[in-house]
Design a protein. Structure first.
Length: 82
């Protein structure tokens, strides 16, 4: 890659503050803050609000919507139009 036109691609730690989960990957993102990782090296850290550790879809804590009862509730409330 040409250094003049491409950003630096280096190891970065992404930390999910809500779940207390962190993972090391390579990215073009940078940060002034650093963290010492499990291997003893220091890497820039980027705090994220949600990751696979806290997202409801991945954790199984998603809400199940009752779509079958919505029509009946609407018809009860406002009357069925024939």
């Amino acid at each position: 890659m040409n250094n003049a036109i491409h950003p630096a691609y280096a190891p970065v730690v992404f930390r999910d503050r809500a779940a207390g989960h962190a993972f090391l990957t390579r990215s073009t993102m940078t940060s002034e803050r650093t963290i010492t990782w499990q291997d003893g090296r220091t890497y820039p850290v980027v705090d994220v609000e949600i990751s696979d550790a806290s997202h409801p879809f991945y954790t199984g804590n998603q809400r199940v919507l009752d779509t079958a009862g919505r029509v009946e509730r609407f018809e009860r409330r406002y009357g069925a139009s024939s």
